[in-house]
Write a protein that binds this ligand. Structure first.
Ligand code: ADP
Ligand code: MG
Length: 696
């Protein structure tokens, strides 16, 4: 039996090569794709409205006799046509029309029209209605179902999509759309649902009965929609779980702690680890001592000290004769890690190497050489680390810092690096953007989690204030005060567009302006358009306190660590997400000094922006901020569009359907235990043949 996911659209009547190509353009290649291409909304063509009772701003079907058609030349040329029944008269109005259309609308003809009723210059009007002429004596039945409106594209009319969907539904009835969820499982979670089977849900959504609850459908909350969303999210969850299992079939190197080396490392640190750091270090140490690849996501708020935890893991790899690789999302951060790790590891005789996209020619070749021959024991870099020509000698551990800056594929590509036929390095992924639990379950279902839920002692909470742009001079005074106390300050320029050119220009202008206003201060500038050496020079100068004020773009968002900085100014905070603002703010408050964050906003501020700024003022807790961000902006923004985009959901919506995620986890566990044979078909149905996260 062929299933509908293997039946090409051309199996349907009247679909030739041309139509096939048009459908392919909107992602439809099989009959099953047609069924999963759900309507955006519905129109009610099941009943006639007497012309006398038409209401403006509603859709309606009317029937009547044409009382004349005319081209009128108002502000725009239009064709108007009067239609009358025994309750009243209404005007049809067309802005695009041909001569033939005009002559077709002959006085006396009976016509049925469907369209939106508006108040126009000629009383109530139907703009561009669909219409058809009625034969005199044969009654023409009204629609039996609500009429679906599908997402379409050029060359695909609604009528065509409707016919195709109707045909596809007859095939679905004929048994080839197999129900994959065991009946025992679904009803428990959908107690109020009549449409528990997949084919019933699809039937309902493509052809809802006239009395279907349109409100519920519009919100995507109808049980039929939820039934499909559930199965789709389940498929994604199962696929990540399966991926996890597959990876765990691989061998990973056994990495053991060498106590003396570890003690030496810890003794050199100017602080002792927090309890949370020790706890997480222990979890990681135990994981990588196993011959199963670790897949662990380490979450910890900005400044919680994730780097030393990563360093201990790297030490464990090196002590066991393996290499470790650390990938950072920006050059500034990679450079900073290099300085830190060289400080920590050189006394232990560990060779740290560093690789970025900017290195070329001989320099690059030399580094590739020591990575390949094993001289380099810890390799730090940007995503340049994962280019094809980078060959590791014996990679035992990969660490990804600030992983929310990378897409899912990049993190998985990294997994492939250093993998032999059977072996795979351990992987530690770090993020300061706490991922709300429900989201983590869907996007990171393949990972284990560790959390550093404590900041080092002595940290002063950052005091956040918001000041309107008109009071800029107060901000200048604050900078002057902080710097005259020997502390340092950041000034971050933001832009609406993601244009690093414009952003860089804005930063340059601001720097010039501030140099004039604060002539006694040493002012530096970093932005994404600077050459690597100039960036490094500015960052180093700031780090060494040779600069008082650093003007920057959001390039300093992640990781930058200068404990003597106590003041963070952020211009136009309304342009950034909460999580991003929290990250930026986290550049201060890293030492023992009381720190401040000043948000300079442009007036007037929208209600929404006010709410968001208030959240920042009220809390320094990244988890609370992430939850709020999720509520205000949705998962796409919180995780980065890249990551949610890669999920490619057809029906489900992570935000709208978040409440399903709990039951999905339970259902997945039950399926894996009691119905393992259903798993592959479910994944295949929703994700296709391609192994979604496999080889990238
Ligand atoms: P993040 O988790 O944001 O990556 P970092 O690892 O950059 O944080 O650490 C932030 C700062 O805190 C660094 O200067 C680091 O040296 C310092 N730090 C880390 N752990 C501790 C600790 N236990 N006590 C005091 N300072 C610490
Ligand atoms: Mg960090």
């Amino acid at each position: 039996m062929t299933t509908l996911d293997q039946t090409p659209v051309t199996a349907l009547r009247g679909i030739g090569a041309q139509m096939r190509d048009k459908l392919a353009r909107i992602g439809i290649t099989t009959v099953q794709d047609i069924l999963f291409h759900l309507p955006l909304r519905y129109m009610d063509r099941t009943r006639l409205t007497p012309i006398g009772s038409l209401q403006p701003n509603s859709d309606a079907v009317i029937e009547g006799e044409i009382k004349g058609a005319d081209v009128v030349f108002g502000r725009r040329r239009s064709l108007i046509c009067k239609v009358q029944d025994n309750t009243g008269v209404v005007t049809l109005r067309f802005f695009h029309f041909g001569a033939a259309q005009r002559s077709n609308l002959t006085t006396g003809a009976k016509i049925r029209c469907f369209g939106e009723v508006r108040r126009g210059s000629a009383g109530l009007e139907l703009y561009h209605p669909e219409y058809k002429f009625l034969a005199d004596h044969t009654p023409d039945p009204m629609a039996q179902y609500l009429t679906p409106v599908y997402p379409a594209s050029e060359g695909l009319t609604q009528n065509r999509l409707r016919t195709i969907a109707t045909q596809a539904l007859t095939l679905a009835d004929a048994s080839s759309l197999v129900e994959l969820l065991p009946a025992q499982i679904v009803p428990a979670n959908f107690k109020n649902t009549q449409q528990t089977s997949l084919s019933e849900a699809l039937q309902f959504l493509h052809q809802p009965p006239a009395d279907a609850p349109v409100e519920l459908l519009a919100q995507g909350q109808h049980p039929a929609q939820q039934r499909l969303a559930l199965e789709e999210l389940l498929a994604h969850h199962l696929s990540l779980q399966r991926l996890r299992q597959e990876i765990r079939q691989h061998q990973a190197p056994i990495l053991l702690v060498e106590p003396s080396l570890n003690t030496q490392f810890l003794d050199h640190l100017p602080f002792t680890l927090t309890n949370a750091q020790q706890q997480v270090s222990k979890e990681i140490a135990a994981d990588i001592a196993q011959p199963i690849p670790m897949l662990r996501l380490l979450q910890g708020d900005v400044g919680s000290g994730k780097t030393v935890v990563a360093a201990q893991a790297a030490l464990q790899a090196v002590a066991s004769g393996y290499q470790a690789a650390l990938m950072a999302p920006t050059e500034i951060l990679a450079e900073q890690h290099r300085l830190n790790f060289e400080n920590w590891f050189s006394p232990l005789n560990i060779k740290v190497a560093w690789l970025t996209g900017k290195q070329k020619g001989k320099a690059r070749a030399a580094i590739l050489e020591i990575i390949a021959n094993g001289t380099a024991q810890l390799i730090i870099g940007t995503h340049a680390l994962f280019q094809d020509d980078v060959i590791f000698h014996k990679l035992g551990l990969t660490i990804i810092d600030e992983q929310h800056r990378f897409g899912v594929h990049q993190r998985l590509a990294l997994r492939e690096k250093g993998s032999g036929a059977n072996a795979m390095p351990h992987q530690l992924i770090m993020t300061a953007t706490p991922i709300p639990r429900t989201l983590a379950m869907s996007v990171y279902a393949d990972l284990d989690f560790s959390v550093i839920d404590e900041l080092p002692t002595g940290r002063q909470p950052i005091n956040t204030v918001a000041i309107p742009d008109q009071r800029r001079d107060e901000v200048i005074a604050r900078i002057r005060a902080a710097c005259s106390d020997g502390h340092q300050a950041y000034w971050v320029c933001t832009l609406i567009e993601e244009s690093d050119v414009l952003e860089a220009q804005a930063a340059e202008v601001t720097a010039d302006e501030l140099k004039l206003l604060l002539p006694e201060l040493r002012v530096g500038l970093v932005h994404g358009r600077l050459k690597a050496v100039d960036k490094t020079r500015a960052m180093d100068a700031f780090k060494n306190a040779e600069l008082d004020l650093l003007i920057a773009t959001t390039v300093i968002e992640v990781g930058v660590d200068v404990p003597n900085a106590s003041l963070m100014i952020i211009e136009n905070p309304e342009r950034l997400g909460l999580a991003q603002l929290h990250q930026l703010r986290g550049r201060v408050g890293r030492g023992h000094i009381a720190s401040h964050c000043v948000l300079i906003y442009a007036t007037p501020l929208s209600q929404r922006s006010k709410e968001r700024i208030n959240i920042l003022r009220q809390t320094n807790d990244g988890f609370i901020i992430a939850e709020q961000d999720l509520k205000l902006r949705g998962p796409g923004e919180v995780l980065g569009t890249r990551q949610t985009g890669e999920l490619n959901l057809r029906i489900a919506d992570l935000e709208r359907d978040a409440h399903l995620l709990e039951s999905i986890k339970a259902i997945a566990a039950e399926l894996m235990r009691d119905y393992p044979q259903t798993i592959s078909p479910i994944i295949r149905r929703w994700l296709g043949e391609k192994e979604r996260y496999g080889q990238v």
